[in-house]
Ligand binder design. Sequence first.
Ligand SMILES: CC(C)(COP(=O)(O)OP(=O)(O)OC[C@H]1O[C@@H](n2cnc3c(N)ncnc32)[C@H](O)[C@@H]1OP(=O)(O)O)[C@@H](O)C(=O)NCCC(=O)NCCS
Length: 163
Amino acid sequence: MKTCKILTHNDEIIIPDFVQILNQGLDEIEDLYKGNQIKKARRIDVGNIISNLNNKDKRFVGHFTDDYLDGILIEKQDEAYTDTNDIGWLVAKEKGKGIGSKLLLDCIERTKQRNQKFLALGVSRYNEKAIDFYKKHGFEFDIDYDEGNMLLFYKNLEGEKLK
Ligand SMILES: CC(C)(COP(=O)(O)OP(=O)(O)OC[C@H]1O[C@@H](n2cnc3c(N)ncnc32)[C@H](O)[C@@H]1OP(=O)(O)O)[C@@H](O)C(=O)NCCC(=O)NCCS
C-alpha cells in the first residue's frame, strides 16, 4: 500500500531515513545547482527536523510503500505570501515509480484544504527532468532568480493561468 503522511514526533525513529533520502536526492542533482541551495539543504539534519516537527510553518512529509519510507517532501509557509504553500524539496528514492507524483498530489490536496491558492517551488534551470515533471503536473514558469540559475514555478490551484 502507498501512503503519504506528515511526520510527527511519533515518527522520530525514521527521521534518519528521511535525511538519507534527502541527501541522496541532493547528491543526484548537486552538479545542476550553481547557487547555495544545496548547501542550505545539507544543513537539514535529524536534529533540525525534530526541532521543527511542531513548527506550524514547515511540514516534513513521507511517502511510504508498505510502511517503508521511499520518498520525501518538505513544504513551508512563506510569511509574506499567506495564499501560497511552498515546496522546499521533493525526492523519490526510486525514480519513475509514481512516488514523486503521489507526494505532489498529496501536497496539492493539502494546500487546497488550507484554502491556499498557489503552490510554488524553486528549481535549478539545469534540472530538466524535474522541470519536465513539474510542467506535466501543471506548474507554470514565473520568474528566474539567483542570477538566472533558479526558476520559480507556480501552480494556480483555482485553475487560472498566471499570465
Ligand atoms: C523529480 C522527482 C521527484 C520525480 O519523482 P518520480 O517519482 O521519479 O516521478 P514519477 O514516477 O511520479 O513521475 C515520472 C515522471 O518524472 C519525470 N522524471 C524526473 N526525473 C526522472 C528520472 N530520473 N527517471 C524517470 N523519470 C523522471 C519524468 O518526466 C517522468 O515522466 P513520465 O512518467 O511521463 O516518463 C524525482 O525524479 C527525483 O527525486 N529527482 C531528484 C531530486 C529532484 O530533482 N527533486 C526536485 C528538486 S526541486
